[in-house]
Design a protein around this ligand. Structure first.
Ligand SMILES: [Zn+2]
Length: 255
């Protein structure tokens, strides 16, 4: 069957598995030092009724519970990195499951499996299976070797959503905390993803904080360019906020 996705903004993506809607890493507001740098395609109130919300880690630009509290369906189930449930419940959403890598949860007819990730705070990535489609959501991670295990466990990945800005923290001796566009393209090749969509690349901390605190140069264009050599079987697609992408089901016997 056909999977349809819309990037809401940054790493917040809305996926439609034949009427079962899943949202990743909700971010619906801005504050000092956190600017989207691109439009916001939905508000919490304009979202469809969700089958679930996935949260990769506890940073504000991925876990904006203050703004998401405006979402009207309080029984929506959350699947979050272990340690974040209390903040979900405090925002008024009681249905929450914590996961670490390789733990699973069901959201309606969708199966969610946490996968490894490494960032500046504890994080997971996710694999979502439903309606014959398999999606890898990279969240905000470095390209760690443990991600190769995703390819071993899931020989068919239909869609990979991969962070590409290569963020590094200047006061921490330029410690890298997010994979670069080229590392993301290499991962798309290892995952043998049919389609790959870059996420997490327009965010800025503002001109002064960017100069003092952050360092990043990954762009979706560089990711698309790197895919042509690192993952030539993968179709890259740059998705602006609000733009729809349809991922057709893999033809039987094609893989
Ligand atoms: Zn983060």
């Amino acid at each position: 069957m056909t999977l349809t996705i819309t990037r809401v903004t940054h790493a917040c993506v809305l996926m439609d598995f034949a009427g079962q809607w899943l949202l990743t890493d909700p971010w619906f507001s801005e504050r000092r030092g956190y600017y989207r740098g691109e439009p916001l395609a939905f508000t919490p109130g304009s979202l469809p009724e969700l089958a679930g919300v996935l949260v990769s880690h506890g940073h504000y630009d991925h876990f904006d519970m203050a703004a998401f509290a405006a979402y009207p369906h309080r029984s929506v189930p959350f699947v979050v990195k272990r340690g974040l449930a209390a903040r979900v419940r405090a925002a008024g959403f009681a249905n929450v499951t914590e996961v670490d890598p390789w733990e699973q949860a069901s959201l309606g007819g969708l199966r969610v499996t946490a996968a490894p990730a490494k960032h500046s705070v504890p994080e997971v990535s996710f694999v979502v299976e439903g309606q014959g489609q398999t999606v890898f959501f990279g969240g905000d991670t470095l390209r760690i070797a443990q991600l190769d295990e995703v390819a071993r466990r899931y020989p068919r990945i239909d869609l990979a959503l991969l962070p590409v800005n290569g963020l590094a923290i200047r006061p921490a001796f330029n410690r890298q905390v997010v994979m670069t566009a080229e590392q993301a393209a290499e991962l798309a090749g290892v995952l043998r993803a049919r389609v790959a969509v870059p996420i997490h690349y327009r965010y800025t901390a503002g001109p002064i904080r960017d100069r003092l605190l952050l360092k990043y140069d990954g762009t979706p264009e560089r990711f698309a360019q790197a895919l042509t050599s690192a993952a030539s079987a993968t179709q890259g697609k740059i998705l602006e906020p609000g733009e729809l992408l349809t991922v057709p089901g893999a033809a039987a016997g094609q893989r």
